[in-house]
Design a binder for this molecule. Structure first.
Ligand code: FAD
Length: 563
């Protein structure tokens, strides 16, 4: 693993000022997991890479997934053996490269009848062997009593038994950021708030793009031997920039998740529930919260921040209320939510849940390489396939073979130097710095992996960095400084939603911490009092919009802040 390098507003400004000076080998359009994985793979191969993202990194689908690195059980149900093997292998690789972002968790699947139980048992038996699951993580079949002992919250009336199998829990936006930081450590350039507005086409071929610096209000032409379109739901929009009669290929489906306080749904482990239309949906505990998801419905609305309807919410609440013996969950219990769009490839006559999740690479008339479909789980293999093609093309054009700097399946990701045992890593830090608060050390390692130790070290050297945003949260000034200096956070939303993730896992969505975080960001980024106020207002509006399905009422925390 290379030592991290500065990745901040300053490096962003410098990069944008020099974009038009030297041509790149590869231009990557889109800073979700697909683009970030491609940038890292290409940088490891020694290519000169530029990645541009129109808003913030991971703002699209890659911060809105179910946050699971699938072993591939679900693809076995669809009979896709190739995808099972690929997903299972990728899960093993990710656990090695970045243990804090691929933590094994048990999933409990209740069965209501003997026939369902037998089917589950046979399927998981096959999966364990096919995916070469290690002995200690093989599935277990439980009878009714064992099931209810493991998960007492289940409704007992219609349980025959259950299966327990392992998945890995990740944090999608953090996985994007760690890939990007790794790419940057190997020489890539990455900028956010910089949409590609136009492709530069000469002699019928893409030779670059016009990139707009949204924050600096200027347009810059960047040149590259090869361009890759990894724009997720916007893949068609970018493909059509080539002209030449390209036709749309995507089929977008929307998936939402809800967050409820753990005290309202105190599940012990993740549970696979069956929704009213027989689709499997999850309840996944995470800190003080549990998230429920997901839906899968055709979508034709706006791509940015897709709206959540009351019907979406009711569907998931019904699934939880049918599965667990708790006081019925209602709209008022929902403290947070997110909605994302699956950029799938259209297949005639298929329902949303039947459309294949496989990725496809499309080469357009002007040579633009586009990639769509796929999963967070298999992003590294998707990246390898795209870069194989791009590197070959770049070498043909300029006759050079760059010097490889590392292998994508063995070079640790940024934050990946913790070993699998995170608790032991945390314990070592606590012995080294006994004066550091336990909750802060845990939070930093849980959110930044091995880089958490750098933030603790900084706080030990400068106690001002240990200041908390609010007394009851472990969010410190040092963490916010890290988001700004090391992860190119440019707005309050960037910090609270995609760097620290308070937007999701804090029951107040980060609203109580927001004013203090805005103060710190104002100092770090030189914001005027007006800009600070505007950032705070924009974040409050954002939280209110996401929770809009609750009606017009303002969340209580917002009212308190305004008072
Ligand atoms: P995105 O993350 O959307 O990235 C594309 C980026 O391109 C965006 O940030 C966008 O702003 C940018 N962009 C667009 N146009 C331009 C432009 N002109 N210039 C510059 N940038 C541009 N997969 C799993 O493996 N496990 C799961 O548990 C899982 N759960 C899911 C649950 C849901 C509800 C959904 C919707 C998906 C789930 N997935 C899961 C799938 C996975 O999340 C996606 O496959 C993946 O995130 C897609 O990433 P992407 O980079 O292709 O797209």
């Amino acid at each position: 693993m290379r030592s991290p390098v500065e990745f901040s507003h300053r490096t962003r400004t410098r990069a944008l000022e020099t974009l038009d000076r030297e041509p790149f080998d590869l231009l990557v359009i889109g800073g979700g997991i697909t683009g970030a994985g491609i940038a890292r793979d290409a940088a490891l191969r020694g290519m000169r890479v530029l990645l541009t993202e129109r808003r913030d990194f991971a703002v699209g689908t890659s911060s809105r997934s179910s946050k699971l690195i699938h072993g591939g059980v679900r693809y076995l149900q669809q009979g896709d053996v190739g995808l099972v093997m690929e997903a299972a292998n990728e899960r093993r690789v990710l656990r090695r490269l970045v243990p804090y972002l691929a933590r094994p968790i048990q999933m409990l699947v209740p069965a209501q009848r003997r026939s369902g139980y037998a089917k589950l048992s046979a399927g998981l038996w096959t999966f364990d062997r096919m995916a070469r699951v290690s002995h200690d993580e093989r599935n277990q079949m439980l009878d009714r009593e064992e099931t209810l002992r493991l998960e007492p919250l289940l409704r007992a009336d219609n349980i025959y038994g259950a299966a327990v199998y392992y998945e890995c829990l990740t944090d999608d936006a953090r996985l994007v950021l760690e890939n990007l930081k790794s790419a940057v450590a190997f020489g890539a350039t990455a900028v956010n708030y910089a949409p590609v507005e136009r492709l530069v086409i000469e002699g019928g071929k893409v030779v670059g793009a016009v990139v707009r610096d949204v924050l600096g209000e200027r347009a810059i032409e960047a040149r590259a031997s090869v361009a890759v379109n990894a724009a997720g739901p916007w893949v068609d929009e970018v493909r059509l920039l080539q002209g030449g009669g390209e036709k749309p290929r995507l089929h977008l489906t929307k998936g939402i998740h809800l967050i409820v306080p753990r005290e309202r749904l105190p599940v012990v482990r993740s549970v696979v529930m069956t929704a009213r239309d027989k689709r499997p949906v999850f309840a996944v505990p995470r800190g003080d919260t549990v998230y429920l998801g997901t839906t899968d419905t055709n979508y034709d609305g706006q791509y940015d921040d897709p709206a959540i309807t009351r019907e979406d919410v009711q569907y998931l609440l019904d699934a939880a209320n049918d599965t667990f013996d708790v006081a019925p969950l209602g709209f008022d219990d929902v403290v947070g939510a997110w909605a994302g769009l699956r950029p799938l490839l259209h297949q005639d006559g298929k329902k949303p849940e039947e459309i294949s999740r496989k990725d496809e690479i499309m080469v357009g008339p002007a040579g633009l390489i586009s990639i769509a479909g796929g999963k967070l789980t298999t992003y590294r293999r998707m990246a390898e396939r795209v870069v194989d093609m791009a590197a070959e093309r770049a070498a043909r054009l300029d006759g050079k073979r760059p010097h490889r700097r590392g292998e994508s399946d063995s070079e640790l990701l940024c934050g990946g130097a913790t070993d699998e045992d995170l608790a032991a890593f945390i314990a070592r830090l606590r012995t080294k710095w006994p004066e550091a608060d336990a909750d802060i050390v845990e939070r930093l390692v849980g959110t930044y992996g091995s880089n958490g130790s750098r933030i603790v070290e900084g706080m030990m050297a400068d106690p001002a960095l240990g200041e908390r945003a609010v007394p009851d949260l472990a969010l410190t000034r040092g963490e916010v400084a890290y988001a700004v200096h090391d992860e190119m956070a440019m707005t309050l939303e960037d910090v609270l939603e995609r760097r620290t993730r308070l937007f999701l896992w804090d029951v107040h969505n980060g609203l109580t911490a927001a004013p203090r975080v805005a103060d710190w960001m104002a100092q770090l980024l030189g914001w005027s009092p007006d800009r600070r106020r505007a950032e705070l207002a924009a974040y409050e509006d954002h939280v209110r919009d996401v929770k809009g399905f609750l009606g017009d009422a303002e969340p209580e925390e917002l009212r308190a802040l305004r008072a």
